[in-house]
Design a binder for this molecule. Structure first.
Ligand SMILES: Nc1nc2c(c(=O)[nH]1)N[C@H]1C(S)=C(S)[C@@H](COP(=O)(O)OP(=O)(O)OC[C@H]3O[C@@H](n4cnc5c(=O)[nH]c(N)nc54)[C@H](O)[C@@H]3O)O[C@H]1N2
Ligand SMILES: Nc1nc2c(c(=O)[nH]1)N[C@H]1C(S)=C(S)[C@@H](COP(=O)(O)OP(=O)(O)OC[C@H]3O[C@@H](n4cnc5c(=O)[nH]c(N)nc54)[C@H](O)[C@@H]3O)O[C@H]1N2
Ligand code: SF4
Ligand SMILES: [Mo]
Length: 683
C-alpha cells in the first residue's frame, strides 16, 4: 500500500481568543498534528496544550456525528429533516401559546468562536423576537462594559495596555500566564510578561501567588473582594498629590464627587480592609507617581466579585487621573477590525437602551445590553416563563450558577435543543442534539477582533471534511428559522458547502478594514493603531470629559460589605478551557493556605470537602503557602466536582445581573471519600 501523504494546512486556533496561528497536519481525513505557525505575525510559532489537543478534540471517542432526538426517554439518532421539523414544530407551538419570550437562547462559548453561526444566531433571535438572550457576559464580566458605559459613555471602549512603552502595568485579578488574558488574547504570555518585566514594573494583585505573580516585580495579596479598598486609597492619594491637573480641568468631570467617595479610604483603613501591609500600598502609590502613566488590566478575579463594578470604575479613575487614557505608556482603545469602532456613532448611549426590562421572575434584576442574566434562567423556567432553551455551544450545567437548581429546571423544559460537537452532561439532558461542524471543519474568521493586542483579522478555510452528518451552525439555525416562518436574510439554507460558508463570512466582514477577498487570500491582515487616537479624543470631547463619579457606582462603593473569613475564589487551569478538554487530565485541586488547612484538619494531597450555603464538592487539597489566608481557590469547568454546586443563582449584581462566582462564603472539611476529580477519560 502506498503511504498516504501528510497535508499541512494553515489555520488559526479558536479554542481561546488568542487565536494563535497553527499548522494542521492531516493524512486523508485523519488530523494527526497541530503545531505553531512560525510565520504567524502574532503568535510566531507559539501554541499551548489546548491548541495542540485539537486533533484529540476532533477524533474524540464521544464526538457527536448525527442529530439526536429524545424518544421514549432516551436520545435516538435521527435525520436532520425529522429533527428540525420536530424542533420547529414544538417551538412554533410554544411561541404561539406563550409568546416569544418562552424561548431562551444561550450564546455559549462554542458558538462564540463560530463567526457565521454567531451571526445567524443573532438573526434568529431578532426574528423570533425573544428578549430571553443569555451569554457568558453575565457569567464572566459585565463590569468592564459597565465601566466603559458609565465612565466612558460608549460600550465599545476596551482599554489595552500600551505594552511597548509602559513603565508600570498592574494585573488585578487576572492571570494571563495561565489564561492567556481576559480582555485581550495574549499568545505566548510568559514571554510577554517576562519581556515587559525587563523594562517596566509589573505589579500583580491576587490573593494567590499566581503564575503571573511569580514573574512580576511586586505582588500584593489582599483578602478576596477587597481590591476596591486598595484602588480607593490610590485614587485618594493621587487626588491629593500626583493627579494630572490638566485632566481634572479639561478631560474629566465629577472630580469633587470622586474625592468625596474615596475620602474614607485612608491608608490605615484600606490596609486593614484588604489586610495587607500599609507599606505595600504606599510603595504602589509611589510607583504610580514615578511612572507617571500606568495600565491596569483586570480579569475574572475582579469581574466575578461583589466589588466588580466599583473596582473597574476606580481602575478607570486611576488611569484617567494619571492621564493614561489614550496616551503612550498608558492604555489605547481598540478600534476594531471588522467593526470599525472608531467610525461608530460614539455618542453617549441613553441608559434605557442599556438597562432594559429583565426577566419577570427576578424583578430585582434588569436586562443589560440586550441580555438577561444567566443567573435568572432557573427561576424563569420554574415560573413557566421559559419553556424552551436553544443552547448554542454552551456547557450550561458546568457554567451556570447553582447546578442543584439548574439541573431540575432544565429537566422541566419542553425543549432543550443543544448544538455541540462532543457529548456531555448538558447534551445528555437535551431533547434535541444538533451536531455542528467543529473548528477544523468550517471556514471562519477571528470574530472577537477587539479582544486582541493587534488590530487584525484572520481567515481560515476548512481543514477537513465534516464527519458524519455535522452541518454548519448557520445552516442549522437558518433551517430552524425557516420552519418558524422566517426566511433569514442573506443565505441559501439548502446549500451548506464551503462556498456558502464563505458567503456568510463575506457578509459579516462587509464593514471590515479590508475586503473579504483580501482577507481570504492573505489569511491574516493587520493594520496599525494610533496613540493618541483622534477618534477617542473626538468622542471624549462630545462626551464632555470622562465621568469620574457615576452615581450608581458611588452608591455601590458605599454599600460594599467586608468579605467572609473564608471564601471561594475562581481560577483557571492550564490544560482545559472551561468545560472543554477536561480529558487532558487537569484535576480538581483545591488550593488552601496552610493555616486554613490546619484549622480544618485538611492535609495536602488528601480529599477535601468545600461547602457553601448552596452545596458542596470534593476535590484534592493543595496546601500552598502562596495562597493567602481566607481564600479557597477552586477551578471551574469540571463536571465531577462542579464549582457551581457552591454558587447561588440568587447572588447576582443588581445593576448588571452578573453572577457572583468569587467571594462566596465557604467552609472546608476533610473528606472520608476520595475526590471525584476526573470527568472525562484521558485519551
Ligand atoms: N463558578 C464558576 N463558573 C464559571 C466560571 C468560573 O470561573 N467559575 N467561568 C465562567 C466563564 S468565564 C465562562 S466564559 C463560562 C463558559 O461557559 P460556556 O460558554 O458554557 O463554555 P464552555 O464550558 O467552554 O462550553 C462550550 C461548549 O461548546 C462546545 N463546543 C466547542 N467547540 C464547538 C464548536 O465548534 N461548535 C459547537 N456548536 N460547540 C462547540 C464544547 O463541547 C462545550 O460543550 O463559564 C462560566 N462559569
Ligand atoms: N487555560 C485556560 N485558559 C482560559 C480559560 C480556561 O478555562 N483555561 N478560560 C478562558 C475564559 S472563558 C476566560 S473569561 C479567561 C479568564 O482569564 P483570567 O481572568 O485571567 O482568569 P484566571 O486565570 O482564573 O485568573 C483570575 C485570577 O484572579 C484571582 N482572584 C480571585 N479572586 C480575586 C480577588 O478577589 N481579587 C483579586 N485581585 N484577584 C482574585 C485568582 O486567584 C486568579 O489568579 O480565561 C480564558 N482562558
Ligand atoms: S493560547 Fe488559545 S488560541 Fe493559542 S493555542 Fe492555546 S488555546 Fe489555542
Ligand atoms: Mo469567560
Amino acid at each position: 500500500m502506498p503511504e498516504q501523504q501528510v497535508t499541512t494546512t494553515r489555520s488559526f486556533c479558536r479554542v481561546c481568543t488568542s487565536v494563535c496561528g497553527i499548522l494542521v497536519d492531516t493524512v486523508g481525513e485523519q488530523v494527526v498534528r497541530v503545531r505553531g505557525d512560525r510565520d504567524h505575525p502574532m503568535s510566531q510559532g507559539y501554541t499551548c496544550a489546548k491548541g495542540r489537543a485539537l486533533p484529540a478534540m476532533h477524533h474524540h471517542p464521544r464526538r457527536i456525528e448525527r442529530p439526536l432526538m429524545r424518544a421514549a426517554g432516551s436520545l435516538q439518532p435521527t435525520s436532520w429533516e425529522l429533527c428540525l421539523d420536530d424542533l420547529g414544530g414544538r417551538l412554533r407551538e410554544i411561541i404561539g401559546r406563550h409568546g416569544p419570550s418562552a424561548v431562551g437562547i444561550f450564546f455559549g462559548s462554542g458558538l462564540g468562536m463560530d463567526a457565521a453561526g454567531y451571526r445567524m444566531a443573532e438573526t434568529l433571535q431578532r426574528s423570533i423576537r425573544t428578549p430571553a438572550r443569555f451569554s457568558p457576559l453575565t457569567i464572566d464580566g459585565t463590569a468592564k462594559v459597565l465601566a466603559a458605559i458609565l465612565v466612558g459613555g460608549f460600550p465599545g471602549l476596551t482599554p489595552q495596555p500600551d505594552y511597548e512603552r509602559a513603565k508600570l502595568v498592574v494585573y488585578l485579578g487576572v492571570n494571563p500566564v495561565v489564561s492567556h488574558g481576559h480582555s485581550a488574547g495574549m499568545p505566548s504570555p510568559t514571554t510577554t510578561v517576562r519581556s515587559l518585566r525587563s523594562r517596566a514594573e509589573v505589579w500583580v494583585v491576587d490573593p494567590r501567588l499566581s503564575e503571573t505573580a511569580c514573574l512580576a516585580s511586586h505582588h500584593i495579596a489582599p483578602r478576596p473582594g477587597t481590591d476596591y479598598a486598595i484602588l480607593a486609597y490610590l485614587v485618594r492619594e493621587l487626588l491629593r498629590e500626583g493627579a494630572d491637573p490638566g485632566v481634572l480641568a479639561d478631560r474629566a468631570v465629577g472630580g469633587d464627587a470622586l474625592r468625596a467617595a474615596v475620602e474614607p479610604y485612608t491608608l490605615g483603613h484600606s490596609a486593614r480592609l484588604a489586610d495587607v501591609p500599609a507599606d505595600q500600598l504606599t510603595a504602589l502609590a509611589a510607583a504610580i507617581r514615578r511612572a507617571g502613566h500606568l495600565a491596569i488590566d483586570t480579569g475574572t478575579g475582579i469581574t466575578m466579585s461583589a466589588d466588580a463594578n466599583v473596582v473597574q470604575w476606580l481602575a478607570w479613575a486611576l488611569m484617567i487621573l494619571t492621564d493614561s487614557m489614550n496616551r503612550p505608556g498608558g492604555v489605547w482603545f481598540h478600534p476594531g477590525f471588522y467593526r470599525q469602532l472608531d467610525a461608530a456613532p460614539t455618542r453617549a448611549l441613553p441608559l434605557d437602551r442599556i438597562f432594559a426590562p429583565g426577566p419577570p421572575s427576578r424583578p430585582e434584576l434588569s436586562g443589560f445590553l440586550g441580555e438577561w442574566p444567566c443567573a435568572a434562567l432557573p427561576s424563569e423556567i420554574a415560573a413557566g416563563n421559559i419553556r424552551a432553551v436553544l443552547n448554542l455551544g454552551g456547557g450550561l450545567l458546568t457554567a451556570f450558577p447553582d447546578e442543584r437548581v439548574l439541573r431540575p429546571a432544565l429537566a422541566q423544559l419542553d425543549v432543550l435543543a443543544t448544538t455541540d460537537i462532543i457529548d456531555n452532561e448538558t447534551t445528555a439532558l437535551s431533547t434535541h442534539v444538533l451536531p455542528t461542524k467543529d473548528q477544523l471543519e468550517r471556514a471562519d474568521i477571528s470574530l472577537w477582533d477587539f479582544m486582541s493586542l493587534r488590530v487584525a483579522g484572520q481567515y481560515s478555510p476548512p481543514v477537513v471534511e465534516p464527519v458524519g452528518e455535522r452541518r454548519s451552525t448557520w445552516w442549522v439555525l437558518a433551517e430552524l428559522g425557516r420552519r418558524l416562518g422566517h426566511e433569514l436574510p442573506g443565505v441559501l439554507p439548502s446549500d451548506d458547502g464551503p462556498e456558502s460558508d464563505d458567503a456568510m463570512l463575506a457578509a459579516q466582514t462587509s464593514r471590515a478594514r479590508c475586503t473579504f477577498a483580501d482577507l481570504a487570500a492573505r489569511r491574516y491582515v493587520e493594520t496599525s493603531w494610533e496613540l493618541p487616537a483622534p477618534w477617542v479624543e473626538d468622542h471624549l470631547q462630545r462626551l464632555g470629559g470622562w465621568r469620574l463619579a457615576p452615581p450608581q457606582l458611588v452608591a455601590q462603593l458605599a454599600a460594599l460589605e467586608p468579605p467572609a473569613a473564608l471564601c471561594l475564589v475562581p481560577r483557571r487551569q492550564k490544560r482545559h478551557l472551561n468545560s472543554q478538554l477536561t480529558f487532558l487530565g487537569d484535576a480538581v485541586e483545591v488550593m488552601l493556605h496552610p493555616d486554613d488547612a490546619a484549622s480544618a484538619g485538611v492535609a495536602d494531597g488528601e480529599p477535601v470537602i468545600v461547602r457553601s450555603a448552596s452545596g458542596e464538592l470534593t476535590g484534592t487539597a493543595r496546601v500552598d503557602p502562596g495562597m493567602r489566608r481566607g481564600a479557597v481557590s477552586v477551578p471551574h469547568g469540571h463536571s465531577g466536582a462542579n464549582v457551581n454546586l457552591l454558587t447561588s443563582h440568587q447572588q447576582a449584581d443588581p445593576l448588571t445581573g452578573m453572577a457572583r462566582y468569587s467571594g462566596v462564603q465557604v467552609s472546608v472539611h476533610p473528606s472520608p471519600v476520595p475526590a471525584c476529580d476526573r470527568d472525562d477519560q484521558p485519551q
